[in-house]
Design a protein around this ligand. Structure first.
Ligand SMILES: Cc1cc2nc3c(=O)[nH]c(=O)nc-3n(C[C@H](O)[C@H](O)[C@H](O)COP(=O)(O)OP(=O)(O)OC[C@H]3O[C@@H](n4cnc5c(N)ncnc54)[C@H](O)[C@@H]3O)c2cc1C
Length: 487
């Protein structure tokens, strides 16, 4: 199905027209303080921000997505990610919103053909970013890059005010709803052990840092962690010429099975959010405990180097700088000398790392505020997860203490306990975006029911002109017999 992107875009235009998308705007235009009010402001224009923006635009809702990144460099793909390919299987429909021509496959085949598709193993990382750039352009999505949201203030009058920094100036905009499509570290940032903070910053990085791996040439590198990003960090360091790389893995063995994948069928997609709390906790806790294995290819990318050392059952308990400037990593199996350490230790919710949420973060109800984990299933990540409503909205810790908080929607990884993997990963992103957009459309209608009723009453487009028929001059019976049998 080659034909190039131009042909694909023509087909996409047809499909959108057949589906009558996008709908015309139906929400009332509003102003506040002389400024137009957005129906929905989205913070973040990575895959999630784009998908939900598209789902909202298709429903005739006025939306703008703001991203601090330069255009085309949103999210990790072309910036901090270091894997060669995506973990996700190539055939997933991703953010296509049910439209065949919007899939990665359609985009790929249009350019490279069916044979190349059949030969493709996994999606190369940068190609995925190219696809997202095309997705945004093909749908003409309303995104403003270089716009950093620095403050989000829920109010008691049905609006949320955002402060936005761009080109050195701060402006304010008002929106009726705000979606935080802020990604994997959506409510926090990198998670590093406390001892890392005592090491010189020139000697360590987190795997999500914009670190220059070329500088690791000839050095002894420790990589703490055993997941996907640990493999990517280790492989990148080895390829840059590190003299040796030690993967320091707490567990005695690497996990083999990605249990979350076993919960990806349509039942889970549709039903997880409605499961009882006990089940949600049990499922997410199980995934946390089992952990996700690093991808097969990423692991081979490390192990093919003779100077890569998989140190299993080797938790790092502390670290210090030695007199010669190098680091001493104190592991459960003894000390290890390293010139540089990469902490591939994941992300955590930490509101202190996100000053843009300071106006409301202390008011957000989290799971531990109202839920006691089942015996033996304590889990600090889950305990600190926001306890979200059906539209991914935050809820108040103390009712009435933060009016308007319910207009801020957490559409990022932190939603996983409340909503499953619907807000960020490729497999369920269409379902999550559609569910949220449909719910927001309903909420916007409900908030303005009076105006929509008045508009319906004003609506005056005739379907009949009145000249399509002539009223009968006969009485309502034709034959005398009819009159006798009728009551
Ligand atoms: C290395 C890596 C590999 C992954 N591989 C896969 C995979 O193979 N399959 C899969 O399903 N998932 C994968 N994921 C998980 C997930 O798909 C990605 O994290 C993906 O980037 C999520 O998209 P997103 O739009 O939610 O977040 P992001 O892509 O992170 O986008 C968030 C955006 O928000 C912007 N932003 C944040 N705060 C602000 C602010 N205050 N103001 C303005 N803009 C802001 C950021 O600039 C960023 O562009 C991977 C994640 C990582 C980190």
């Amino acid at each position: 199905m080659t034909g190039g992107l131009e042909a694909l875009e023509a087909r996409l235009a047809d499909e959108l027209a057949f589906l009558q998308l996008p709908a015309a705007r139906w929400t009332p235009a509003r102003e506040h303080g002389g400024r137009p009010v957005l129906d929905v402001a989205i913070v973040g224009a990575g895959m999630t921000g784009l998908a939900v923006a598209a789902a909202l635009v298709h429903r005739g809702i006025h939306v703008v997505a703001y991203d601090e990144a330069p255009e085309g460099l949103e999210g990790p793909w072309a910036t901090t990610a270091r894997m060669e390919t995506l973990r996700s299987p190539k055939q997933l429909a991703g953010p296509a919103l049910g439209i065949p021509s919007l899939t990665f496959r359609a985009w790929f085949e249009a350019q490279f053909g069916r044979d190349a598709w059949n030969a493709l193993d996994k999606i190369p990382r940068l190609q995925w970013m190219d696809y997202l750039r095309w997705y945004r352009r093909a749908l003409a999505l309303p995104v403003q890059n270089g716009h950093r949201v620095t403050d989000i203030v829920p109010r008691d009058d049905g609006l949320v005010t955002l402060a936005i920094e761009a080109a050195g100036a701060t402006t304010r905009i008002d929106a009726r709803h705000v979606l935080l499509a802020t990604g994997r570290a959506g409510l926090g940032g990198p998670s590093v052990p406390a001892f890392a903070e005592r090491l010189p910053r020139t000697r360590w990085a987190h795997s999500s840092d914009d670190n220059d791996y070329a500088l690791l040439k000839g050095l002894r590198v420790g990589v703490v962690g055993g997941g996907a990003s640990a493999m990517d960090s280790a492989a990148t360091a080895l390829e840059a010429g590190a003299s040796q790389v030690h993967l320091l893995v707490r567990r005695p063995d690497l996990p083999r099975v990605n249990k979350g994948k076993g919960a990806g069928h349509p039942g889970f997609v549709a039903g997880y959010a409605r499961l009882p709390d006990d089940w949600k906790w049990r499922i997410r806790h199980y995934i946390n405990v089992q952990q996700v294995p690093p991808p097969h290819g990423s692991t081979l990318r490390v192990s093919r180097h003779a100077n890569a050392h998989f140190q299993l059952g080797t938790p790092v308990l502390g670290a210090a700088q030695r007199p010669d400037g190098a680091l001493r990593l104190d592991t459960a199996k003894g000390p290890l000398a390293a010139d540089f350490v990469v902490f591939s230790t994941g992300f955590r919710t930490d509101w202190a790392l996100r000053p843009e949420f300071a106006a409301f973060s202390s008011q957000v109800r989290v799971w531990q505020d109202r839920f006691a984990p089942p015996e033996g299933m304590a889990d600090s990540e889950l305990a600190e997860s926001p306890d979200l409503g059906p539209l991914f909205e935050f809820q108040e810790k103390t009712p009435g203490a933060c009016p308007g908080l319910e207009r801020v929607h957490c559409f990022n990884y932190a939603a996983s306990l409340s909503h499953g993997a619907a807000a960020g990963d490729i497999p369920q992103i269409t379902d999550g975006a559609q569910r949220l957009a449909r719910g927001l459309a309903a909420r916007l209608l409900g908030e303005d029911a009076g105006q929509h009723f008045a508009a319906m009453q004003r609506y005056a487009e005739p379907e009949l002109d009145g000249d399509e028929w002539t009223p009968s001059e006969l009485p309502p019976y034709i034959e005398a017999g009819d009159r006798e049998v009728s009551p």
